[in-house]
Ligand binder design. Structure first.
Ligand SMILES: NC(=O)c1ccc[n+]([C@@H]2O[C@H](COP(=O)([O-])OP(=O)(O)OC[C@H]3O[C@@H](n4cnc5c(N)ncnc54)[C@H](OP(=O)(O)O)[C@@H]3O)[C@@H](O)[C@H]2O)c1
Length: 295
């Protein structure tokens, strides 16, 4: 059975159940009415014709009149429930409102998706100013939980990791966030240091200051392999546009406040791995892993 058919069937069942419920409600109301008439007539006969309890007057009305009035109020309330409040607040009404609300949300989500898709196109077209043939490379060291830093400092010291970083990035552009730059004693020598900040007045020695990742890539466009060297905020920005990740996985777990983004293996493929054991110069096992973005 097709999906739309089963939806129609479900709606038909709901309508049928609701119709049956309405019939039951009206039948009960009708019985209530008949019962009310008969009992009221019976009470009037007892009171006014047979004079039973005729000396029992409350506020000048006989007891049977009071019973009649209170019961009539209850009957009117019952009628109101069946014909008025049920119409507005019954199960069907709630279901209908829920369905309308879901339709509305569905349209809003569709609209949002379209907006995001058209914005992505605009961003993609405005990004063509940097050199598409450059190999944009993220370089980072992260622990088993993706921790990369704490209190604006690096956590571990691994001499071979430092050597690897130096070898790979030498003579290239190194792009970093303002906080990473400030966590270092000075700009990295033999590299072009590009620092991203929203602060238009930011200055620093031996650095190029830019206000976005795009601008950083534009100033690096003549570099065949510009490196994005952190920290967490800038890695997050760069994951979409990067072509390669040079990751040092430190095989331990640390306390930290800054993290490397999740590497989605639907998008990235491991192409190289070099495992190192701890020794006198290295307190932890670690592995150099290269990921390339899937085409
Ligand atoms: N293990 C590793 O491989 C590694 C590597 C690098 C860093 N780290 C660690 O990472 C930590 C620092 O990382 P973090 O995430 O806190 O800071 P970060 O990414 O280094 O820098 C963040 C700063 O970049 C600027 N920024 C961010 N997004 C921007 C945008 N869209 N447009 C313009 N400017 C933008 C802002 O500067 P303003 O506030 O000036 O506007 C922001 O405060 C430190 O602990 C560091 O030691 C670890």
């Amino acid at each position: 059975m097709s999906k739309s058919n089963s939806k129609i069937d479900q709606e038909q069942i709901e309508f049928l159940e609701n119709a049956q419920k309405r019939i039951r409600q009206k039948k009960i109301l009708y019985n209530h009415f008949i019962f009310f008439l008969f009992i009221s007539a019976f009470l009037f006969v007892l009171d006014f014709i047979l004079n039973i309890g005729s000396d029992l007057n409350i506020y000048e009305y006989s007891w049977s009149v009071w019973v009649f009035l209170i019961w009539m109020f209850l009957f009117l309330f019952h009628t109101f429930n069946v014909f008025v409040s049920n119409k507005f607040l019954g199960d069907m009404w709630v279901k209908k409102q829920t369905r309308l609300l879901m339709e509305l949300q569905k349209h809003k989500i569709e609209k949002l998706k379209n907006d995001i898709a058209s914005e992505a196109k605009i961003i993609a077209s405005s990004e063509t100013f940097y050199n598409k043939s450059s190999l944009i490379t993220i370089i980072a060291a992260a622990d088993e939980n993706n921790v990369i830093g704490n209190d604006n400092k690096l956590i571990w010291h691994l001499s071979d990791d430092l050597k690897n970083f130096k070898n790979l990035t030498k003579d290239h552009h190194v792009i970093m966030g303002r906080k990473t730059f400030e966590s270092m004693p000075k700009a990295l020598p033999n590299r072009t240091n590009v620092v991203i900040t929203r602060n238009k007045n930011y200055v620093g020695e031996n650095i190029i200051v830019v206000s976005s990742l795009n601008e950083a890539l534009e100033v690096s466009k003549n570099d065949s392999q510009p490196f994005i060297i952190g920290g967490g905020e800038i890695y997050n920005l760069a994951m979409e546009i990067a072509d390669r990740i040079e990751l040092t996985r430190v095989h331990s777990k640390f306390e930290g406040d800054t993290f490397f983004p999740f590497i989605d293996l639907n998008q990235w493929v491991e192409v190289k791995r070099d495992e190192r054991k701890k020794d006198s110069k290295h307190n932890y096992d670690f592995t150099f892993i290269r990921y390339d973005k899937k085409k």
